[in-house]
Design a protein around this ligand. Sequence first.
Ligand code: PGA
Length: 252
Amino acid sequence: MKKKIVIANWKMNHDFYETTSFLRNLLKILLDKKINHKKKVIIAPSFPFLQISNQILQGTAFSIAAQNVHQMENGSYTGEVSASMLKSIGIQKVILGHSERKKYCYETNDILLKKIHISFKYRLNIIFCVGETFFERERKEQFTVVKNQLEETVFQCSSEKMIDFIIAYEPIWAIGTGKTATPEQAQKMHKYIRTLFIDKYGEKISKKISILYGGSLNEINAKNFFSKEDIDGGLVGNSSLQIEKFLKILSS
Ligand code: PGA
């Protein structure tokens, strides 16, 4: 059975002190075996703290992801961070297509496809977010919306690139709102996404793709989500900011 994956997406939270003390405490508690968990854990801190976070987690089973990468190789893009820069400090993973980046930074599927290509070029493993808005779900368009998002981005890529690929299904209306999809709604979408991968890349590859749920996942509801067949873990925002809550999610 595939190991469940839990990703902490810290967004624009935690300064240097908070980041480093969180990670040190987390390791200490887990190494003291006070918490029994079998999840693969990925932490996505802010850009300035990627390197120190990576150093703290060196030699452990934990890994670090960047929350974004720019689509161009290098050049005059003030304030941006390139894939080669991430790679040069030992970062192996990147989150792409988060709905907050689409909303506030106007990332389109065209831009995301470029980000996917540059991430492949620098061998960054991708965590790719998809999901529908509240109105799209009200109009019962959620499946078409997610299919289009995948077709215009990930499905433009060949099957050999799909190793270690992670999809995060994050219904936009559930992110940071306290409203979650029900585990059944999420399972239905995850199964649908899995079927799309089977149609595109075949059974063998699709089985290796991890599909995580994100959107107000917390220490209380995580267990119900993780018990579903096609839910391979979670992408957690708010509830990953406090160590106690995050540990409870890990042991769910
Ligand atoms: P949330 O965020 O858990 O705070 O809803 C999830 C995410 O945006 O990845």
